[in-house]
Design a protein around this ligand. Sequence first.
Ligand SMILES: CC1=C(CCC(=O)O)c2cc3nc(cc4[nH]c(cc5[nH]c(cc1n2)c(C)c5CCC(=O)O)c(CCC(=O)O)c4C)C(CCC(=O)O)=C3C
Ligand SMILES: [Fe+2]
Length: 334
Amino acid sequence: MASQQTAQSTLGILLMAYGTPRNLDEVEAYYTHIRHGRPPTEQQLADLMRRYHAIGGISPLNDITAAEARELEAALNRDGGRPCKVYLGMKHAHPFIADAVARMAADGITEAVTLVLAPHYSAMSVGQYQKNADEAATAARGLTLWHVDSWHLHPKFLRLIESRVQSALARFANPDDVLVVFSAHSLPARIIAAGDPYERQLHETGDAVAAALHLPRHRFAWQSAGRTADTWLGPDILEVLRELAAEGTKQVLLCPVGFVSDHLEVLYDVDIEAQALARELGVQLERTASLNADPAFIETLRDVVRAREVQAAAAGRTSDVVRPGSQTGDEADA
Ligand SMILES: CC1=C(CCC(=O)O)c2cc3nc(cc4[nH]c(cc5[nH]c(cc1n2)c(C)c5CCC(=O)O)c(CCC(=O)O)c4C)C(CCC(=O)O)=C3C
Ligand SMILES: [Fe+2]
């Protein structure tokens, strides 16, 4: 009897994002949260404040994420499928992931697809979002979560990145002679030894885009590494820019494909910091436009959610209990 009710009940969507301070007064608490409760030094805080000031005082990330959540819910509710409600949960800002899960449970949601606004899986990034969600769901009881781990090879995602690369290439005098660099947020290098798929997935995305566009050559780089004693994945985008300039490369297109929105890592680390170095090196550096709330990106996310729902339903037909899963959204139909 419960399953008949489930067929028409609302499917929850836990849309998870990094989160950003809403104003400069919130930066210290935000930074402390990122540092697992250890307040930053005065110097570290001043440096982060300086970067937020440099991009206009506040990151556009909150507005973009909210628009993505709103548009995704609208897209899901006009496709004729099971009615959906999107709950936004952030890793480091309000509303936190646990708050979103608690609200979902209070609303009577019993099944939800979880999706992180980052295409590539790492146990240290997406895995942590999922862990936060799982803990809250266990506490709430009666709420089953179906995780999407990654969607870095979803055909619609690849088409979107390809078109972003193509339009950016057109900004160069000699588009055939541009070196495309795909980047993502660096992570501590020890994840690789632990068998993490993060680096491989970044390469898979970049290689697929390069093949589709017949790019003569492309490279990979990491960016925005933390300022800690850890060894971070490299080479860094700044290091790659120096190397390319030394080799005589004059035109570089950076595609920060590990991020979906405009935020500090894109607007400061690329548009300000990397641009300054490129100018100094005499290199023309362009960057692909972020996906943000582009309707074609919202369609991609909608497909990823529906594909995960179908997978979960199929699993439910072959067993009595649908356990929190962790399949990828990459197999979705084009
Ligand atoms: C993998 C990953 C993504 C991509 C995937 C995803 O999106 O999840 C990401 C995105 C983001 N990271 C962001 C902001 C920050 N991340 C920091 C620090 C760190 N990030 C890490 C990892 C990631 N971060 C790590 C391992 C640290 C070191 C933590 C420590 O030392 O324990 C710091 C501290 C200062 C600094 O290091 O710069 C800030 C301010 C913003 C919001 C920007 C805005 O407000 O517009 C976004 C979207
Ligand atoms: Fe970060």
